[in-house]
Design a protein around this ligand. Structure first.
Ligand SMILES: Cc1ncc(COP(=O)(O)O)c(C=O)c1O
Length: 289
């Protein structure tokens, strides 16, 4: 799909992206004052849609944006965008900002309409549970220097962008983050899991990480399957560095195996068997969410 043919949704209308305009006084532009969501769809099938919309509603509530749109309204926008943009493998991006004010002033204005934007973009086919063909990730690590409200999927992403860029400059795919106590939080655009002695472990949810929908679905799928033990708990960076396997999860990556951390092999330096089981289970069950 060429980007200039892209039909997007802006404030109630489906229009070509070239015609989509917002005010420079929009608080999304001025302050990053908004909430966003990304939902994957494969050949028109949306994955985890209700969970994504629920997280977006939680985010809007947390920052006091009142928007009278329910899950069916969002589903309607998603289906229209999929229909109008080729029905392939598409990510749906939803963005609600507090709206356009008449001046730049920090306090929340009383009577402005939120700006609602959505568009579809191509995503790769869902990863196949195959150790040979799966993309192998390399990551670096650094202290998490973002804010203390990382559970909110805010459009203010400069902290994440700067951490992601550190990875780019180090020639790797992602940057995993740890707090001042040397405990794993997440990555700049993914959640993180480790595997040790066949136990799958991920940090518990708090204000230091996004409650990832892929994380949530994977934990649920693994618990229902029951083959592997699963833990949500504090993980020290020394545990990360001595893990048998390390994974990144996100809606577009699903479960991505990491083979190198800070220039050193993770486990044996190849894609692990527990990843294979987890990705197979995820692929078999993701459409139930
Ligand atoms: C900081 C951060 N953590 C985790 C995730 C993974 O979330 P999800 O699985 O809902 O895509 C993302 C996804 O964009 C993210 O930006």
């Amino acid at each position: 799909m060429a980007i200039d043919n892209n039909i997007v949704f802006l404030n109630g209308q489906f229009i070509p992206i070239s015609e989509a305009k917002i005010s420079p006084m929009d608080r999304g532009f001025l302050f990053g004052d908004g909430i966003y969501e990304v939902v994957p769809s494969y050949a028109t099938r949306l994955v985890g849609f209700g969970l994504h919309i629920e997280r977006m509603q939680n985010g809007l509530k947390a920052i006091g944006i009142k928007l009278n749109m329910g899950v069916d309204d969002w589903r309607n926008i998603a289906q229209n965008l999929i229909e109008k943009n080729g029905k392939g493998n598409l990510g749906l991006y939803f963005h609600v900002s507090r709206g356009a004010d008449v001046k730049r002033f920090h306090a929340y204005p009383e009577h402005i309409q939120p700006t609602v934007f959505a568009y579809a973009f191509d995503i790769p086919a869902a990863p196949i549970a195959d150790k040979k063909s799966v993309k192998q990730y390399k990551v670096t690590s650094t202290e998490d220097l973002r804010w203390k409200r990382c559970q909110i999927k805010s459009t203010s992403l400069l902290g994440n962008v700067m951490h992601f860029q550190q990875g780019q400059e180090a020639g790797v795919h992602e940057t995993i983050l740890y707090n001042q106590r040397n405990e794993l939080t997440e990555a700049s655009a993914c959640n993180v899991f480790i595997v040790k002695n066949e136990v799958v472990i991920t940090p518990r949810l708090d204000n230091q990480l996004l409650p990832g929908i892929t994380r949530n679905m994977l934990l649920d799928i693994l618990r229902k399957d029951g083959t592997l033990q699963v833990q949500e708990r504090t993980i020290s960076m020394s545990e990360v560095r001595t893990a048998d396997e390390l994974w990144l999860t996100s809606s577009s990556k699903e479960i991505a195996p990491v083979v190198e951390l800070d220039g050193k092999h993770v486990g044996k330096g190849n894609v692990g068997n527990i990843w294979l089981l987890a990705q197979s289970l995820y692929a078999a069950n993701k459409h139930h969410y």
